[in-house]
Design a protein around this ligand. Structure first.
Ligand code: PXP
Length: 248
């Protein structure tokens, strides 16, 4: 199986919201996340990822429903573990949901979900999503305890948080890669599908490919940034080409 690419298009909506957050029905509102989804598909995206946050800072509910209806790609909804987001997911019915922590002041998702301390609520949300036919992933730090707890929730997948690796410098880079490798091995032996994401870009992707057992990467910021220069379709195609040599 080749390594799949989920393209996170949240920041297309970020640009639109920068101008049109308070003029939602403006005929001039752009750029359009649905068009970005089509362009990502043309570049070889295997799925789209969107995060409808509690504060609706980028993707709006209407974007989610339009993307679901109009772009023929599997949809992965990143969601906080809240009743509000559970309600949205059950109406939207994406193929996948990825449970993430969310706090209002953060610029982006800062750490993995603490599955150990939040176990009961997470287990309940996993079950309700699965009852609706949605496969569930949990975004976790590359920490064996978290992976074991994720497995006990009966989620099908974990997404390993690659942010610490992406931010590491010097000797820390290999230390963080080793953590990811150990976490991937633990995920595989717990029979979880192992995905990874956060801070992956066109430079560090080569090192990410040294992590075994990966099924899918979710990449947003670097692809949207590259798309500003060469267009979304070419940006996605470039990333897929870099991922091509991966062997699990
Ligand atoms: N995976 C998860 C769970 C995330 O929260 C994010 C950021 O929204 C990503 C992947 C993508 O991260 P980046 O935008 O840094 O590629």
């Amino acid at each position: 199986m080749s390594l799949l690419l989920g393209v996170n298009i949240d920041h297309v909506a970020t640009v639109r919201q920068a101008r049109y957050a308070f003029a939602k029905n403006s005929p001039n509102a752009e750029p359009c996340p649905v068009a970005a989804g089509h362009d990502a598909l043309a570049g070889g995206a295997d799925s789209l990822t969107i995060h409808v946050r509690g504060d609706r800072r980028h993707m709006q509910d209407a974007d989610a429903f339009r993307i679901r209806a109009e772009v023929p790609l599997p949809l992965n909804l990143e969601m906080g573990v809240t009743e509000e987001m559970l309600g949205l997911a059950l109406k939207l019915k994406p193929e996948f949901a990825c449970l993430v922590p969310e706090s209002r002041m953060e610029i982006t998702t800062e750490g993995g979900l603490n599955v150990v301390t939040g176990f009961d609520k997470i287990r309940m949300v996993v079950a309700r999503l699965q009852d609706a036919g949605i496969k569930v992933s949990i975004f976790v730090d590359p920490d064996i305890q978290q992976i074991e707890a994720a497995s006990e929730t009966c989620a099908e997948m974990v997404e390993l948080h690659t942010g610490c690796f992406a931010n590491a410098t010097g000797d820390e880079v290999q230390t963080e890669l080793d953590r990811l490798i150990a976490a991937a091995v633990a995920g595989k032996s717990a029979a979880l599908q192992v995905n990874a994401g956060h801070g992956i870009n066109y430079q560090n992707i080569t090192q990410v490919l040294s992590v075994p057992h990966l099924a899918e990467l979710n990449i947003g910021h670097s692809i949207v940034s590259r798309a500003l220069r060469i267009g979304m379709t070419a940006a996605v195609r470039e990333m897929k080409e870099l991922m091509g040599p991966y062997r699990a």
